[in-house]
Design a protein around this ligand. Structure first.
Ligand code: NAD
Length: 487
């Protein structure tokens, strides 16, 4: 399959999608058009898996399960390490592929590939360190032994916004734990997933250990897979709405669920913050992936004394960003993923402006081909505008003014979500105090970027269940087994 690009010569043909990947075999097909969001042009056509295809993937994962589970941790570790190495060697091609199908700026895509590959390196290391337990019963009469067994066949469902990293964040710990997997990437960004599976093959992942399916029928395919009693784990990253549906579906067969869902991150700037540092952090927290990130700062709460300087500084920086196709190396803000995403952003901005907000830069979609929305700053936003409660998922920074610490905490927590939050203050005591009262799974203190493969990533409230990454991530793919032994 050749990918049509306006920048021929970028992508390595050997990494191009080859079809469904089931039991170590590539199965050609068509039915899903992959589109370049910077132009609306078609990039490729990939297979549309049916329920039957998905159940064949479960058969393949089952056939490989006992062999993979029995491999020595060191062997699993070395395969993951080779996969890390191959991703690093092919970083440029993978980043270009991500930019092509997702639209993100090449610099963001390069950052994603490095981050994604690190999950394989991290879990190559963790594979050999799964702890067990040995303890005495309180009465002293017996011993308690606890082993950690692979949970079993795992269905991994990932979104389009980090097509490489969301997959490796799940595949890495699953394989390290000894599980076989079926990956269902988003149909907007299948090419990256297929390219990575190709590298996994080269790294020595045995047939059936990793299977990849793309489909336009995620509901029926997922229901059929979860209904199969051989499948014991669902690890999902995506919107809270779909997460809720999947939790209900998984309840039917009591499948273990890890859920990485939506966010609505508050970004708090106190009067005593270092203004330049806060602006730098705001640009990263808002503009990584052009705002299409679950950790993206969605609400900027800025204290009255620093408010006007912050609005002016952010406006200047946002207005200076270069907009363009992601794969153009000059681009700093790429297109949104679909026309629907642009419509949603436009609706939220329009609603805020109708309620009294003012756009200091941007504020309307860009004309022409491609799905572009310009970097936008909104000031004077009412705290009850829809933009304060919905995930924007775009390059829009709504700014709200606050007076007191208590008010900032109340506003920050006024959401059903609880993934990430950011606090800028040079008073570390205040930052820690405020941070401890914000309901979120992650908190950036004077930092606009928190993702790290060695740290537990995840949310509270309706942002999810469980953690990925760090030493915790592998626990999502094991079950504790208690041995009560008389001896
Ligand atoms: P989405 O929920 O629409 O889709 C995510 C995945 O679920 C895709 O693979 C999609 O095909 C699949 N899907 C859709 N409907 C399904 C169904 N009925 N049954 C089974 N699978 C189904 O989300 P999206 O638009 O691709 O991604 C954006 C969302 O993901 C945002 O809400 C963002 O915050 C969230 N996200 C969360 C994290 C995190 O770690 N918490 C990371 C990245 C993205």
């Amino acid at each position: 399959m050749t990918i049509k690009t306006r920048t021929s010569g970028y992508a390595d043909p050997s990494l191009h999608a080859q079809g469904l990947y089931i039991g170590g075999k590539w199965e050609k097909g068509s039915g899903i058009a992959v589109v370049d969001p910077s132009s609306g042009d078609s990039l490729a056509d990939v297979p549309d898996a049916s329920v039957e295809d998905a159940l064949r993937a479960v058969d393949a994962a089952e056939a490989a399960a006992s062999g993979w589970r029995a491999t020595a941790p060191r062997q699993r570790s070395e395969i993951l390490r080779r996969w890390f190495q191959l991703m690093s060697e092919h970083a440029e091609e993978l980043a270009t592929l991500i930019s092509l199908e997702n639209g993100k700026a090449l610099s963001d895509a390069c950052g994603e590939v490095a981050y994604a590959a690190e999950f394989f390196r991290w879990y190559a290391e963790e594979a050999t360190r799964l702890p067990g337990e040995y303890r005495h019963t309180p009465s002293g009469s017996h011993q308690i032994l606890v082993d950690h067994e692979p949970i079993g066949i795992s269905l991994l469902i990932t979104p389009w916004n980090f097509p490489a990293a969301m997959a490796t964040r799940k595949i890495g710990p699953a394989l390290a734990a000894g599980c076989t997997v079926i990956l269902k990437p988003a149909s907007e960004t299948p090419l990256t997933a297929y390219a990575m599976a190709r590298l996994g093959e080269e790294a020595g992942v045995p047939p059936g250990v990793v299977n990849v399916l793309t489909t336009t029928s995620p509901g029926p395919v997922t229901s059929a897979v979860l209904a199969d009693p051989r499948v014991r784990k669902l690890s999902f990253t995506g919107s809270t709405g779909v997460g809720r549906l999947l939790l209900a579906e998984a309840a039917k067969t009591v499948v273990s669920c890890s859920m990485e869902l939506g966010g609505n991150a508050p970004f708090l700037v106190f009067d005593d913050a270092d203004l330049e540092a806060a602006l730098d952090g705001a640009m990263v927290a808002k503009m990584r992936n052009a705002g299409e990130a679950c950790t993206a700062a969605n609400r900027f709460y800025v204290q009255a004394g620093i408010h006007d300087a912050f609005v002016a500084g952010l406006t200047e920086r946002m207005a200076a960003l270069k907009i363009g196709a992601g794969y153009d190396p000059e681009t700093q803000c790429g297109p949104m993923i679909t026309p629907k995403a642009v419509e949603k952003i436009n609706r939220l901005v329009g609603d805020a402006i109708a309620l009294g907000a003012r756009a200091t830069t941007g504020g309307a979609p860009l004309p022409g081909s491609g799905y572009f929305y310009p970097p936008t700053v909104l000031e004077n936003v009412p705290v009850d505008a829809a933009i304060a409660s919905e995930e924007i998922f775009g390059p829009v920074a709504p700014i709200y003014r606050f007076e007191t610490e208590g008010e900032a905490i109340r506003l920050a927590n006024n959401t059903d979500y609880g993934l990430a939050a950011y606090v800028y203050s040079q008073d570390l005591g205040r930052a820690m105090r405020v941070g401890s009262r914000i309901d979120s799974g992650m908190l950036g203190i004077n930092r606009g970027l928190m993702s790290d493969p060695a740290a537990p990533f995840g949310g509270v409230k309706q942002s999810g269940i469980g953690r990925e990454g760090g030493v915790t991530g592998i626990q999502e793919f094991v079950e504790a087994k208690y041995y009560a032994v008389e001896f």
